[in-house]
Design a protein around this ligand. Structure first.
Ligand code: GDP
Length: 310
């Protein structure tokens, strides 16, 4: 399968987010036209506005990077928004895409769709084989529904809709708010602030023993454009680096890159979440894609971006 992007009009939904903006930058190197729509023009939670927008814009393809996202605490404390917002946004966009005769669609989910205790590395077939991790099941259920919705339009209407499941992502444009962020930007901020204030320690949530896989948003965008051009099947595809680290190892790496030499303290009142979340990258690798940005280089450039924002 080869989908030629040349001359195509592609709507990147969620272009202001970390992933969406990386996809827009990556698509700028292709011979296509990128369409974006700000929150002020299209409220993705309102069906009629999404329908009207797509009816007028008539893109050839859509990359759906719009979502309500957040780290373990945000997920755990705002279950209603994580479930409702994600369900309504994806349902609106997919239905309106079909109604406007958009035949190519790339839906984005997350590695949290898999069972809490899935065999590692987690392959695509592990979906719906066991109970979810409770701290992010709301988000996971919405994203599983999105995969199924894309599959349903493929099955019933022959639509060329596909899904990609990125692992934990980080990079420029990430959220550094300690209450709602994911672990990597939180650690960058904590280590930086501890360094400049001369603090003796930084506090890390949980035991530090959970293992997580990380992928830079620019690598993710590259993989997504690769899939848009080369993949057309019902089953979703994992998008990851194929390697994981413990949260403690990650903290030590971040501290080393930033130059913070103090102690690492654990806050055991905060949740660990799922013990391990490493996806199998075999399917994407066999299709012909692999990442280019190492975790060390990715953290260093993300730290540079963070400093520029301060
Ligand atoms: P998860 O992959 O859905 O669990 O999301 P996170 O990226 O928020 O958390 C990953 C792991 O890092 C969990 O075990 C957290 O407890 C741990 N962690 C350690 N320190 C922090 C922190 O400051 N912020 C966040 N979000 N997670 C942290």
């Amino acid at each position: 399968m080869s989908y030629d992007l040349k001359g195509k009009r592609i709507w990147v939904a969620g272009h202001r987010g970390m992933v969406g903006s990386a996809v827009v930058r990556r698509l700028a190197t292709e011979n296509c036209e990128v369409i974006t729509a700000g929150r002020d023009t299209v409220d993705l939670k309102r069906q009629s506005t999404v329908e009207r927008f797509l009816d007028e814009a008539r893109p050839d393809a859509i990359v759906m990077a719009a979502a309500k996202v957040g780290g373990i605490l945000a997920n755990d404390t705002q279950p209603a928004e994580f479930l409702y917002d994600n369900l309504i946004i994806e349902a609106n966009i997919i239905q309106a895409a079909h109604a406007a005769d958009v035949n190519r669609f790339l839906f984005l989910g997350s590695s949290c769709i898999y069972p809490k205790l899935a065999a590692q590395p987690i392959s695509e077939v592990a979906l719906l084989t066991g109970p979810l991790e409770p701290t992010n099941e709301w988000y996971a259920v919405a994203k599983i529904a999105g995969i199924k919705l894309a599959q349903a339009y493929r099955k019933q209407y022959g639509r060329d809709y596909v899904s990609a499941m990125p692992t934990n992502l980080y990079g420029s444009g990430d959220n550094f708010d300690l209450n709602s962020s994911h672990v990597l930007p939180a650690l960058i901020r904590k280590a930086h602030e501890a360094k400049v204030t001369g603090a003796k320690s930084i506090t890390v949530w949980g035991t530090g023993s959970p293992r997580r896989e990380f992928l830079h948003a620019d690598d993710c965008a590259d993989a997504l454009v690769f899939l848009l051009k080369n993949y057309s099947e019902a089953e979703h595809v994992n998008v990851g680096s194929g390697e994981d680290v413990t949260i403690l190892e990650l903290t030590q790496l971040v501290c080393e890159i930033i130059g913070f030499k103090g102690e690492i303290v654990h806050d055991l009142s905060k949740p660990d979440g799922t013990p391990r979340k490493l996806m199998s990258a075999d399917k994407l690798t066999s299709l012909g894609w692999r990442p280019h940005i190492s975790l060390r280089d990715g953290i260093a450039t993300t730290y540079k971006w963070y400093l520029q924002q301060l």
